[in-house]
Design a protein around this ligand. Structure first.
Ligand code: GDP
Length: 321
């Protein structure tokens, strides 16, 4: 298949073309990367029409269950839904939440849903880049809602919040005051907080948690001027609260579009993405250009023969020669 055919089939929304295009983007082969960049440049005018949602929460909070229920809800409403993940610790065969497809069994069978596990291996930066590019490909293939899941650990939340329009934090009932080990920083990223498992015996605790979190949010500076983060209850298991969450998402989108804030957010994200690419590519080139010399200098710095700043300057001079 030529690159042009791939592009045409992708724009027609063919799943096989989408899968192939994402594989191309994920490939580490130099020629594949060139083709991927060519393809991305060609489809760029057809991107940007979806709503990009990021989901995070600690393992066990019910993210997979929620995304399955919410994805099916959106499909039933007539939307095309793509699910992607950022999980630098994942491998294709296991470990990843989304790699375990059986956990989203119904959604993965739905005609208007596309689920792609996290690209395996590599640094967070690499995984995030490939997920961003996969997101653009999904948009070109006509997907209306992109759900990007992150495991609730480390820096991946920030990477995801930097690539989506709206960031949704999932929490479970109980332990409202200790914020369940969720860092305050993550709470500040949230545009909507979902208290999942608000069902059965947990319902009362969920309501208490909701008011605790509302109070906590109230004390925080709003992330954007046009939107105040709120807390909603849901049960992924019983499929409750999904329509309310979708309403919040639509209101958010409307508010962000009204003030041109969405355009502003996305253009800032694109700019930041360019800089992180420059950083990554520079570092790659730097490390591979004179590896022997770098080792020497590292040794010299370690043993106190050369001051670190002088060593850095010398290595940079060599690099720029
Ligand atoms: P993840 O690790 O965040 O993806 O969490 P999972 O989706 O795998 O869910 C973890 C556990 O919580 C599973 O046993 C689910 O059945 C359960 N669970 C998920 N959502 C709900 C819910 O809304 N209510 C209740 N009671 N249990 C849920």
């Amino acid at each position: 298949m030529t690159l042009n055919n791939l592009k045409d089939d992708l724009l027609k929304g063919e799943r096989r073309a989408l899968a192939k295009a994402i594989t191309l983007v994920e490939s580490t082969r130099k020629d594949h990367q060139q083709e991927a960049q060519h393809l991305l440049a060609g489809i760029l005018p057809y991107t940007g029409k979806s709503i990009r949602l990021g989901f995070t929460g600690t393992p066990g909070v019910g993210k997979s269950t929620f995304i399955e229920s919410f994805g099916l809800f959106l499909v039933a409403e007539g939307y095309k839904v793509a699910v992607l993940a950022v999980d630098p610790s994942s491998t294709r065969t296991g470990g990843s939440i989304l790699g375990d497809k059986t956990r989203m069994e119904l959604l993965s069978k739905a005609e208007n849903a596309y689920i792609r596990p996290s690209p395996s291996g590599g640094t967070l930066g690499g995984v995030a880049r490939r997920t961003r590019e996969a997101m653009l490909l999904c948009e070109a293939a006509g997907y209306d809602v992109i759900l990007i899941e992150t495991v609730g650990v480390g820096q991946s939340e920030i990477a995801v919040s930097d690539m989506v329009d709206m960031f949704l934090l999932m929490l479970s009932p109980g332990g409202g005051d200790d914020l369940q080990g969720i860092k305050r920083g993550i709470m500040e990223l949230a545009d909507l907080v979902i208290i999942n498992k608000a069902d059965g015996d947990l319902k009362k605790a969920a309501m208490r948690a909701a008011s605790d979190y509302k109070a906590a949010l109230h004390l925080m500076r709003p992330k954007v001027d046009c939107w105040t983060a709120d807390v909603v209850l849901a049960s992924a298991l019983k499929k409750e609260g999904l329509d309310e969450i979708w309403r919040h998402i639509q209101n958010f989108e409307q508010a962000m579009k009204a003030g041109n804030a969405l355009v502003g957010l996305r253009s800032e994200q694109a700019k930041a993405w360019m800089w992180s690419e420059i950083h990554d590519q520079l570092m790659d080139n730097f490390r591979t250009k004179h590896p022997g010399r770098i080792k020497e200098m590292e040794q010299a710095v370690r043993s106190g023969i050369t001051p670190p700043t002088a060593a850095a300057r010398e290595l940079l001079q060599d690099f720029l020669k």
